[in-house]
Design a protein around this ligand. Sequence first.
Ligand code: C2E
Ligand code: CA
Ligand code: CA
Length: 730
Amino acid sequence: MQQAGSEAAPAFRLALSIAAGIAGFAFVRRKLGFDHARQHAAIALASGLLDANRDCLKVLDTDGKMLRVSEHGATLMEAETPEQLDGADWLNFWRGEHRSAAEDAWVGALAGTSTCFTASCDTTKGNAKWWSSTLTPVVEDGAVVALLCASEDVTRQSALLKTLREQNELMHEMESHVRLAFYSYSPDFEHCYHVSAGIEGVFGITSQVLSRSPSAWLDLVLPEDTEPLRAEMRRIVAESAEGRFEYRIRRPDGCLRWIRSTAYPVRDAAGSVTRIVGVSEDITVEQERLVALDRLAYTDGLTGLANRAALVRRMKVLCAKKIAFGLMFIDLDRFKVLNDTLGHTAADRLLKDIANIIQKALPADACVARLGGDEFAVIVNGTSDKDTLTTLAESLLNVFSSGTRKDQTGAFVTASIGISLHPEHGNDHEALLTSADIAMYAAKKGGRNGFRFADKAASDVLGDFELERGLPAALASGQFVLHFQGIHEPRSLAVKSLEALVRWNHPTRGMVGPASFIPILEESGFIVEVGAWVVDAALEQLAIWRAAGQGSLCMSVNVSARQLRDNAIVAVVDQGLRKHRLPPRCLEIELTESALMENPALAQETLMSLKRLGVRIAIDDFGTGYSSLRYLADFSPDTVKIDRFFTARLGHDEATASIVRGIIQMSHELGMKVTAEGVETKEQLHILRDASCDYVQGFFLTKPMNAASMATTRHLMALQQGQTSIGQSA
Ligand code: C2E
Ligand code: CA
Ligand code: CA
């Protein structure tokens, strides 16, 4: 229960004066000594005041019975007339807790003090109303003779108050659960007028801390985000414009959070900014989701490297900033074959391992991406220096084949790399990707396991894409032709055998060499058909020459890795020999080292089948791969063909001469014959002869030529007898 204070409300003061009036009225009635007119005036004044008042005014006797209720009071109580309430028990209107409040006030007033209380009671019609009531004792001769009760109808206010309180609670609840803080700062951010309770959830500091030191939140911002944030704050103030900024903070508890703050300037009537208000929210979850989405969109699922989109995005940034960089386009050689023969699981493992190797071999800041399939690309930051990129490309090629891989597929992997430079080869990502791609294609054409820079020569190779389209029709329309090159005995120079070398007599380009189209044939698998044609055409020609008198002449045919993948080549060879009635020993199949290494088990199987037919086997281009002669001996070849790389160095470099002598000696020990290719000088021929090389082949002895040239010039006959102009002089 409240005691009425000294600063009585106007209603209360009015009630007091009325009470005094009524007290006077009672007194007059009892004493009967006063003038009647004055009595009337007093009564009229009192009841006029009573009725003019907006409260529900009641005079109660000391038993709590209502003696008189004001006119307006009756209306508030929804009574028909004030008389309807005469004699009603005031306390009986109150129920429950309200009744207790009313009783307390009643007792206090009876004891002689004014009391107030706020409680709810029903009107005569049973509608609940809230009342703020004051009970004032009417004292006569020191005794309380009556009580004046003034009740203000506060139903509306209390409903409003209730809603307010509920809203407040809701806000509080929301603030404590949502990571959101409202703030109001001075335009220079120097004073903090208000921050909501949510500040603790967002920044981990209390509003008290901020009111003491308004920039305490700024101290939490990560150093790299501080300056841009301050700049934005300065802009908001300078332009008095709204702003929004995202930044990271380290909260006092140590955890890192992403915050988004929005700020709005508040202007006064004159238009000048008086406050900056806004909201700061914790957007860490949102940010993490974005990062995860970003990662998903820009990562290659298999290898975890960047994907094409990420690479392009990076290149766009570098191009826009005009920063020099190198782009390497890496394509694994013969991956299609590996994929088919190893199976997808092993091939995937291989790709992952390759991804790892590329990353380890390059500077940490290089952006390595997988573009799909067996294509990788690398952005080498900050350098377009050819020497640096050459070193990087070389070291990459070395680790690929160095056998340090962990994928255990055992597959021999090489790659071809094309390199373009920004800005030298293009100003945008498209131009750079295209030129790197063309350079890569040129590297493939150049024999694979190598790299090329994008340049004019590389882009000439682009023409080979057209070749690729013409290939399927070429076989059907008889555009492939064979040229033949002699394989000689080094002393007599007699031709023991001929190597069949395929050419493509292209309708518009003329004679195209095998280096331009064999890789395409292999990649597309079309080599199987063309290879079968080569075997048949070579054997047909051999049969013709043997029938014409060269009874002991042999033929060498090149077979590529792809043809070793199934037994089809065995049937092709078998049928060819039967069809042209030739003994198997007159055919030698040349296989490159790397073709054998691609899938040793499969190669071994096919080789064995060929050997069972009685066909001879030669290892071609020996020394260019990475296998040892001892390992290759497991294939039990009949011949080893030393690559022309070694032959070319004979006479210049003694180390190479010893290597060649070593190869010859070891091959002989293993029961194999040795042919040296690419003999271009008399000196080379002599060194080989002295080293006991079994056969020699090269431009110095015969250049490849077509069958007609060989026959019409009677060249072949002469060659077989060692009667060449060079031969005689050698
Ligand atoms: P290869 O088996 O090493 O064939 C020898 C290549 O060296 C031929 O080039 C030949 O013209 C060239 N050559 C011969 N003597 C010399 C010389 O003294 N100096 C130099 N610089 N080069 C010499 P070609 O005809 O361009 O053949 C290139 C490669 O294409 C062959 O290398 C072979 O691997 C492949 N090839 C050719 N014909 C066929 C074929 O019918 N099937 C398959 N699968 N591959 C073939
Ligand atoms: Ca060959
Ligand atoms: Ca060769």
